[in-house]
Design a protein around this ligand. Structure first.
Ligand SMILES: N[C@@H](CCC(=O)N[C@@H](CS)C(=O)NCC(=O)O)C(=O)O
Length: 213
């Protein structure tokens, strides 16, 4: 059995990976990395993940970082967990990867400009936040339109990309992005929040917080 440990923080993008682990149903340990206190820069954490980011998954003592890579590895290792659709051929597999890259390398950084504008300027963060809002607007509108005809990212079946999309739009919302009028996203939000693995991930986050305090 692979020994797994996830480094994460409640509410951070590691919530997606945490939900994936819950969906897989495998045993894993977890440890909170307090980003607010700069723990990601500590020599102890850099020894675990030299990139200084969460999530970081340590599997049998070996590091795997980047949400997309962790999700892909979990999916490949436990293909029946339903994290992503099963591909019939190389082309469909590449299409799934394309969506995974898009959500983690396209949306995710755009949302960060919205949520943490101070990271992108040494001056006034307000124009950066405004620009962030402009950048994410078409992405959220396109997702809302996609959801008009289907409940989940890939159609009728839940996938971990639904949780990633949820993280993107709720994080933008925390960065003052108004999701008003995006009714399909509002419905999607309720569906994701009711998803059992997501609820277990939230409980796991709370447990980690309690241990850390
Ligand atoms: N591309 C990375 C981004 C990870 C990332 O930016 N994580 C944030 C938390 S959501 C982080 O560790 N921030 C700490 C920092 O940048 O100092 C991934 O998808 O895993």
């Amino acid at each position: 059995m692979t020994e797994l440990k996830l480094y994460h923080l409640p509410g951070a993008c590691s919530r997606v990976t945490l939900t994936a682990l819950e969906q897989v149903g495998v045993a894993y340990a977890d440890e909170l990395v307090n980003l607010m206190q700069g723990q990601q820069h500590s020599p102890e954490y850099r020894a675990i993940n030299p990139r200084g980011k969460i999530p970081a998954l340590v599997a049998d003592g070996k590091l795997l970082s980047e949400n997309g890579a962790i999700l892909w590895w979990l999916h490949q290792t436990w293909p029946d967990a339903g994290l992503l659709p099963k591909a019939d051929d190389r082309w469909s597999e590449a299409q799934i990867l394309s969506d995974l890259f898009w959500i983690s390398a396209g949306w995710h950084p755009a949302v960060r400009a919205n949520m943490m504008p101070i990271r992108w300027t040494t001056g006034d963060p307000d124009p950066v936040r405004e620009r962030g809002k402009q950048l994410v607007k078409p992405l959220f509108e396109a997702f809302d339109a996609r959801l008009a005809g289907q409940p989940w990212w890939f159609g009728d079946a839940w996938s971990i990309l639904d949780v990633y999309a949820y993280w993107n739009y709720t994080t933008a919302e925390q960065g003052q992005y108004d999701l008003g009028g995006l009714d399909h996203i509002a419905d999607h939000r309720r569906r994701v929040e009711a998803w059992p693995a997501f609820q277990r991930a939230l409980a796991r986050e709370q447990a980690a917080l309690k241990r850390a305090n």
